[in-house]
Design a protein around this ligand. Structure first.
Ligand code: AHM
Ligand code: MG
Length: 338
């Protein structure tokens, strides 16, 4: 059987459902090409001299790895000239990156975490690129885009996706019509459609959370995990398994593939930080993918995609995955409030 490539899939979407604007198709093609370049750099490792850290820190005060910066550059350069974007934003840049005046401007905004799971780069564990596409507000036409123009709830995203650099390099994508997965064929250089209609089962026996933070969790999270740990003998009446890769991309890829619940909840370590993960380029795109695959995503209290952002690098608590489990954790949060 001849399999479809990403280009064929996108052309079909553009033709059949008129679901895809030509600029968005171009955007996805360009981002996916950049992910190929990043995948290539990642796979070279020490041979490419790309491992290790730099002296610099990003806006979040995190030491930048060489591959964080390389990946950021690859995405910026790839997306500057196509005429499809008005501006970009990234985990690795303090403020937004406007399209230089020498290039035509488009009406879309691209946000990304160029290399998620940075702590796994040097130890050869799966990492990835997460991206989100918004439309620039009408009010921004004819003037320069500002940071405020990016501050739209996740429910307005036009496209969300990630590439995961693991044993295989895969691209998981939604244009708001379900979730599809492509595998990079390294011999032909094509993204090949290998997972149609990816669906997250509503129930699961697998949870994913950094247990070392247990003492800092809020009581509803503690309650949920305690009940999972009690297994067959506890109120859940079944045994649970645990996985924590410490790359959101890899942990979410697992739950999109076979179900599960992933949490990086609010914790009391730093009251100024409402969670570790960033809303605009980590939680929002992953939430759109998870919902499009039939799962759910909340911050414990409300749907992540409904949150009105107030800052580009804002953080948020994350509870996402199999619907019945996410609903249970959310209910435990609501019960505490009543
Ligand atoms: P990064 O974007 O700097 O890599 O940080 C985000 C990562 C997520 O991929 C992962 O879920 C989390 O941080 C792991 O954090 P921890 O090391 O606290 O377990
Ligand atoms: Mg990240």
């Amino acid at each position: 059987m001849k399999r479809k490539t990403l280009t064929q899939y996108l052309v079909e979407q553009q033709r059949s459902a008129q679901a895809l604007a030509p600029e968005v198709r171009l955007l996805i093609e360009i981002v996916s090409r950049a992910c190929k370049t990043i995948s290539h750099a990642v796979s070279k490792g020490a041979l490419g001299g790309v491992l290790g850290s730099l002296e610099s820190e990003n806006v979040q005060g995190e030491v930048q790895k060489k591959l964080d910066v390389i990946s950021n550059e690859v995405l910026l350069e790839a997306n500057e000239w196509g005429g499809h974007l008005a501006a970009m934003a990234s985990e690795e840049m303090e403020t937004i990156h406007l399209i230089p005046n020498r290039y035509p401007k488009g009406e879309y905004l691209l946000l990304f975490d160029p290399l998620d799971g940075s702590s796994n780069i040097d130890v050869n564990v799966s990492i990835g690129t997460i991206f989100s596409v918004l439309r620039a507000p009408q009010a921004a036409s004819g003037r320069q885009v500002t940071e405020e123009d990016f501050l739209q709830p996740g429910s307005t995203q036009v496209v969300a996706g990630y590439a995961v650099y693991g044993p295989q390099t895969m691209l998981i994508l939604t244009i708001g019509q379900g979730v599809v997965g492509f595998t990079l064929d390294r011999e032909t250089g094509s993204w090949v459609l290998t997972s149609e209609n990816m669906t997250i089962p509503a129930d699961t026996k697998e949870f994913s959370i950094n247990m070392s933070n247990m003492r800092h969790w809020a009581p509803p999270v503690r309650r949920y995990i305690d009940e999972c740990l009690a297994g067959k003998d506890g109120p859940r009446g079944k045994d649970f398994n645990m996985r924590w890769i410490a790359s959101m991309v890899a942990d979410v890829h697992r739950l999109i593939t076979r179900g599960g619940i992933f949490m990086y909840p609010w914790d009391s370590r730093d009251p100024k930080k409402p969670g570790k993960l960033r809303l605009m380029y980590e939680a929002n795109p992953m939430s759109m993918l998870v919902e499009q695959a039939g799962g759910a995503s909340t911050d414990g209290n409300q749907r992540i995609l409904d949150i009105q952002p107030t800052a580009l690098h804002q953080r948020v608590g994350v509870v996402m995955g199999s619907k019945n489990e996410v609903d249970l954790v959310t209910r435990y949060h609501h019960e505490v409030k009543v």
